[in-house]
Ligand binder design. Structure first.
Ligand SMILES: [Zn+2]
Length: 550
């Protein structure tokens, strides 16, 4: 999720002013706490997460969480200090191993726990953490993380967590770095008895407690990233269907507020449609073992793994509007398609470092176009992706600084999608391109990755080195400009505003006839008799400028 404000497309002339704004940004200093939060510290690197059992009691009347987390991990190298994160005002009361209480040293949200038992390489050890407090309330979920405490129209509590960016340690103690996903996880969530909790994975049952509460158990059988873990509490009703997909029968379960059942039964028809379209493009849904769920929440939505959350108001578009301005975005429910698209790019293939968040958002925004193409045709899909360009501002880089939990520009949505659409034009072979998209999901199945891995995979599988193209669109903020001059017997052209080595071939129309050119930063020419018009295929996201000013 995490769509940031859309800024209108910038004109060429404003590039220079905006370039200096970028330089200022780069002077920003990061703190030690940013590094503790965003890097693979020595106290993180030596152990590999294997299992969590998160057990939390949620009290809406006091907005309090009381709970524990059992952390199982495999020892990779010798160390006696383990880093666990938990953000204030929540408090970590104790950490123990084999029943022995351990010493905790705190530095911001980072808790350094001194282990007594020798950590033998290869051993799987367990740590028990107890915590409680009033977690941060989300002021503007899902953009500001935290717990959203609201009531539904009938006055019943309606509560949800969301924490992308801020991190899962906003509401439970964990290893809060994306590089290491836990292999499986049990969640036991206790709520007032008239409410229901829906979390990730499969429902395992409910305990009826004798204090007016119930405990809901959910089990996640696949690796899950920490921000994907979620609780959703409300007066839910449930309906379901079975989808026959590429790996057989997939259970699709829907949890919505009691009053919205009728609207949901209609609107959620987009969920199996998304499965159909995106399995075609990306390969099998990555979490058959855990099933798929769509869960209503009091905020817009988020890609919580196997329990995608929904708050788009049972209407098509993005809160009823079409981000592309083409009309295609009103044919389907943005939140269902986009957040479900993240099951492939975010939950299956996950960034190791948030600096590479484009891997989630660019591919998922691109999936909106692929969904459109699947149901409404290739031109419709292309038109949708091109339409998103109005949301690009080209002022800041898409890839942010590493190891400090920073994310890049909101351009990662529309510009990233247009980068992928542009690469597809160069590949110029739809089946090959679909093979690349499916191959990514197969090759990096259930993995955390770096941008480099994905870039190299795309170059290798397409047989063309896209390194400079990625550098241009992800690590620079200016849009390539193709300058051209029409002369009597030829057209001259060259790139300007590009990174060194930039090598994007273009399909152009010279006097309406299609030709391919390979511009460089030096002037080249194509001969033509009395050339009158020179246009770039609009599917390539670049600028064009007649330097003769005609
Ligand atoms: Zn998203």
């Amino acid at each position: 999720m995490k769509r940031v404000a859309i800024i209108l497309f910038t004109t060429l002339s404003s590039f220079i002013i905006l370039q200096s704004a970028k330089d200022i940004r780069h002077e920003t200093k990061y703190t030690r706490l940013d590094s503790l939060r965003g890097s693979i510290t020595p106290e993180r690197v030596w152990w590999d997460l294997t299992y969590y059992h998160l057990s939390v009691s949620v009290d809406p009347s006091t907005k309090t969480l009381v709970g524990s987390n059992r952390v199982d991990y495999k020892v990779l190298s010798e160390n006696q200090i383990i880093q666990i994160d938990l953000q204030a005002p929540l408090q970590l009361h104790s950490a123990s191993q084999n029943g022995e209480n351990l010493e905790i040293t705190k530095e911001g949200p980072a808790h350094f726990i001194k282990l007594k038992k020798k950590q033998e390489i290869g051993a799987v050890n367990s740590l028990l953490l107890n915590y409680s407090g009033q977690p941060v309330e989300a002021e503007n979920a899902p953009w500001d993380g935290g717990i959203t405490w609201t009531k539904d129209k009938n006055g019943k509590d309606f509560i949800a967590s969301s924490c992308q960016g801020d991190g899962a340690s906003l509401w439970w103690p964990c290893k809060d770095h994306m590089y290491d996903e836990v292999d499986s996880m049990l969640m036991s969530i206790t709520v007032p008895e008239h409410l229901m909790n829906v979390s990730n994975g499969r429902y395992r049952g409910t305990d009826e407690n004798d204090d007016g509460t119930k405990t809901f158990h959910w089990f996640v059988n696949n690796p899950i990233n920490n921000y994907g873990v979620n609780i959703n509490i409300g007066d839910y009703v449930h309906f379901k269907e079975s989808y026959t997909g590429e790996k057989g029968s997939l259970s699709m379960d829907y949890y919505v507020l009691r009053d919205n059942l009728k609207r949901a039964r209609k609107q959620f028809k987009d969920a199996p449609r998304t499965m159909e379209a995106l399995e075609h493009w990306f390969g099998p849904y990555p979490f058959y073992e855990d099933g798929y769920k769509l869960v209503e929440v009091p905020y817009l939505g988020m890609e919580h793994q196997s329990s995608v959350t929904y708050g788009n108001g049972y209407q098509n578009g993005y809160r009823g509007t079409d981000l592309s301005g083409t009309g295609w975005g009103l044919k389907w429910d943005y939140i269902i398609i986009h957040e479900t698209g993240h099951e492939w790019f975010a939950n299956n293939i996950t960034y190791k470092d948030m600096a590479d968040m484009w891997l989630h958002e660019s591919f998922t925004t691109y999936s909106e176009g692929l969904f459109t193409e699947y149901f409404y045709g290739k031109d419709a899909g292309a038109e949708y992706i091109r339409g998103l360009r109005t949301g690009i501002d080209n002022t800041e880089n898409i890839i942010a600084d590493y190891d400090v939990n920073a994310h890049g520009s909101g351009d990662m949505y529309p510009k990233g999608a247009n980068l992928l659409h542009t690469i597809r034009q160069v590949v110029n072979d739809d089946e090959k391109w679909r093979g690349v998209l499916r191959g990514l999901n197969q090759t990096f199945y259930h993995q955390t990755v770096t941008t480099k891995q994905i870039e190299e995979y795309i170059s290798e599988k397409t047989g063309r080195n896209f390194q400079y193209v990625f550098d241009q669109y992800l690590r620079d903020n200016s849009l390539p400009v193709l300058e051209y001059i029409i002369q009597e017997d030829k057209v001259q052209y060259r790139w300007s505003g590009v990174v060194e080595g930039f090598d994007l071939p273009l399909k152009v129309f010279l006097n309406e006839a299609e030709i391919w050119i390979e511009p460089t930063t030096n002037w080249q020419s194509t001969s033509a008799k009395n050339p009158t018009s020179f246009k770039i295929d609009s599917n390539f996201y670049v600028s064009i400028l007649n330097v003769m000013g005609s």
